[in-house]
Design a protein around this ligand. Structure first.
Ligand code: CTP
Length: 401
């Protein structure tokens, strides 16, 4: 999940470091938005090191990219911890004179707030009215706890402990249960590149986004993932490289992909071939750059191993194998027919059939997929972001197992 953690100016900010650390360790992408005042308690360097992302308090950075709105719109979850009486009042009034205020106005994600202040301030009618307003808008309020406060007083006002904030936040975001816990999964992604000479290759338009989304969804749901990545677009692997339950291995050509996936699959309960494997390669790669003056060039191509068919042949008992099919089809009926035939030919348990064309399927964030199983029926369908499709794939796998 993409999580924004807002930090306002209270001494409890030091405990929020643990909140950010726990979220990052669980594979979430965390962006910290401190208020200016909070930096007196915990500084930018700490937030950047713990969250592994740059931190700014300014609404005026990256104006061209509307960064001030982007954080809020991208967020799957926003946490404000600690939330001071001042920040709660601003939230209730919709004041957006800093990056946190803007982010909170721009987001439609669940918002979880952990108040921290002196008991007298918490008990004040103004604060209580603000809390009631926020609750009525669906904001989740966790705490405050009753206990010892800074300065030796005691009473309600203490920020709840980090693990309680994390649990409340994940519950509010409807984080999927760990329904793939302990499952070992091998996933391939990206497009293989078959060299022609030292500067050229045969490749394809695969960005790797769908396969990486499949890996992240599995890992977020508790699985251990071995991700074999061919060529992917810039930045696509970033979250996977930091995920504690994903090991990333690179493979360039179909032959390398074949070897890597065979090895990864020996230990896997579920195998997903989402990579776009080139069907052909050049048998004799030229050691020198082929030149124009060589005249017309004819490339002989030989067929590559079909990685998926090899994995199906080597399948061990209890292993579930999933393939992808990228098809150009005139309509849904043709897409379905092609999917049913390809599933049977490949012998997989589940085939995710994806309609592609010049405008569809590649390099986009959105995707639409039919899942065909061994009954040769469309078991389910999914459309939406590649993450939505990925979660639907794992739901379909769970139904088969
Ligand atoms: N695949 C593979 N090895 C290949 C080609 C494809 O493992 N050499 C896998 C892909 O990863 C995908 C599935 O097979 O999971 C289907 O890929 P697709 O390109 O649609 O199938 P092809 O067998 O190449 O069939 P077509 O004749 O339609 O191109």
């Amino acid at each position: 999940m993409f999580v924004v953690v807002g930090v306002s100016g209270g001494i409890a900010a030091y405990k929020t470091v643990q909140v950010v650390r726990a979220l990052v360790t669980n594979g979430h992408e965390v962006h910290v938005v401190p208020t200016e005042n909070s930096l007196r308690f915990v500084g930018t360097a700490t937030w950047e090191a713990i969250s592994r992302h740059p931190v700014t308090t300014s609404v005026h950075d990256d104006v061209a990219e509307v960064r001030h709105v982007a954080l809020g719109t991208q967020a799957d979850l926003v946490i404000v911890a600690p939330a001071t009486a001042n920040t709660l009042a601003k939230m209730a009034a919709g004041i957006s004179d800093n990056l946190l205020g803007v982010t909170l106005l721009a987001t439609t994600a669940p918002v979880v707030v952990a108040p921290a202040m002196h008991t007298a301030m918490w008990d004040h009618a103004a604060t209580q009215a603000n809390i009631a307003t926020l609750r009525s808008r669906g904001v989740h309020i966790v705490g405050p706890a009753d206990g010892l406060l800074t300065g030796g007083d005691s009473g309600p006002g203490r920020m709840v402990e980090p693990d309680e904030i994390v649990a409340a936040a994940l519950a509010a975001a409807g984080a999927p249960a760990s329904d793939l816990a302990e499952l070992r999964v091998a996933v391939s992604t990206g497009g293989t590149r078959e060299p022609i000479d030292p500067v050229r290759f045969l490749g394809n338009r695969s960005s790797g986004k769908q396969g990486v989304a499949v890996a992240l969804a599995a890992a977020d749901r508790g699985a251990y993932v071995h991700l074999v990545a061919a060529h992917v677009d810039d930045g696509v692997l970033d979250r996977a490289l930091h995920h504690p339950r994903i090991a990333v291995e690179r493979a360039v050509t179909a032959v390398e992909m074949d070897a890597a996936m065979r090895a990864a699959s020996t230990e896997a309960d579920v195998v997903v071939m989402a990579a776009a494997v080139a069907d052909f390669s050049v048998p004799e790669v030229s050691d020198v750059k082929i030149r124009k003056e060589d005249g017309t060039v004819t490339l002989d191509l030989v067929e590559n191993p079909d990685v998926l068919i090899g994995l199906v042949r080597a399948r061990h008992p209890g292993q579930t194998i999933v393939g992808f099919a990228a098809e150009t089809a005139a309509d849904d009926a043709e897409l379905r027919e092609r999917g049913i035939r390809k599933r049977a030919r490949k012998g997989v348990d589940l085939l995710a059939v994806n309609r592609v064309g010049w405008q569809e399927g590649f390099e986009t964030a959105e995707n639409r997929v039919l899942f065909v199983d061994a009954t040769d029926e469309v078991a389910s369908q999914a459309s939406g972001t590649k993450r939505v499709v990925a979660d639907a794939l794992w739901d379909a796998v769970l139904r088969l197992r």
